[in-house]
Write a protein that binds this ligand. Structure first.
Ligand SMILES: [Zn+2]
Ligand SMILES: [Zn+2]
Length: 262
């Protein structure tokens, strides 16, 4: 049987409020045996941990998305740190910079990003990095800060080959999402030939970024299979073999606890 892992989803978001059990049922049917649920703000991080306690196949990450960097309360780091220590929390993030929408001032984004990197080091859990239209700045900060021992993942990576190389050099994994299936995403598919197979991950970023077949509709973890399939096609590789490798990668990055969840 082919085991798939969705390394980045937002199941705590309101779009899944009414049918999460069905969504998880369809994921399991598609072979998605583990899902990392990424926190996006203080409340979402709390809910992420709650989901990981309720559903054995869900591992949590806790963090503040750059969009929410300006909204954090005074004790946000204490709250996040206490969540990050939980045994079902496998990573810290998503964290990073988003200069595309600039929903938080850049200074706030940078400060909250740096503090989360330091938290990831303290709890020794990998960092999940969000970078949009801010790759050079993200890279600069990652080079300046200390990184956790297992480093982390560039989630929904959208940079070019040179940038991928820079993040790989720092020890990051590269995770690709639904855009891999879009007709115009030639550069992204080319990147597949460049990323070492032991540093590759896949994700949905559900409810966002649905693969081509579901574009415009809500994304969900079951659809990560379409990302795997497109990658296997591009690489001329057997889906089962690719899935096996990506599974090993995910376990190496997110720890053996992921195995307990499968
Ligand atoms: Zn993101
Ligand atoms: Zn996300």
């Amino acid at each position: 049987m082919i085991v798939l892992i969705d390394t980045h989803a937002h199941l705590d978001f309101p779009k899944f409020k009414n049918d999460l059990d069905k969504v998880l049922g369809r994921a399991r049917q598609a072979g998605v045996e583990a899902i990392i649920n990424a926190g996006a703000d203080q409340r979402s991080s709390k809910n992420s941990v709650a989901l990981s306690r309720k559903y054995p196949q869900v591992g949590a990450s806790v963090g503040i998305h750059p969009h929410s960097a300006a909204e954090v309360g005074g004790s946000w780091m204490d709250e996040l740190a206490s969540l990050a220590g939980s045994d079902t929390v496998l990573a810290v993030g998503e964290m990073g910079l988003d200069y595309y929408r600039n929903l938080s001032p850049r200074e706030d984004q940078e400060k909250v990003f740096r503090e989360q990197l330091r938290l990831a080091c303290r709890v020794d859990k990998p960092a999940i990095i969000h970078s949009r239209d801010a790759h050079e700045e993200t890279l600069r900060i990652l080079k300046e800060e200390e990184l956790p021992s297992r480093v982390g993942v560039m989630h929904c990576f959208s940079g070019d080959r040179r940038l991928a190389g820079d993040f790989l050099d720092l020890g990051f994994y590269i995770s690709l999402a639904g855009p891999l299936t879009y007709p115009k995403s030639h550069a992204l598919r080319d990147l597949l030939h460049y990323i070492p197979e032991d540093r590759l991950l896949f994700e949905t970023d559900a409810p966002y970024l649905s693969p081509q077949a579901y574009r415009g509709k809500r994304n969900e973890p079951a659809y990560v299979k379409l990302v795997y399939e497109r990658a296997a096609l591009t690489l001329g590789q057997d889906l089962e073999k690719l899935a096996e490798q990506v599974y090993i990668n995910a376990v190496r990055l997110f720890s053996d606890q992921l195995v307990d969840r499968i």
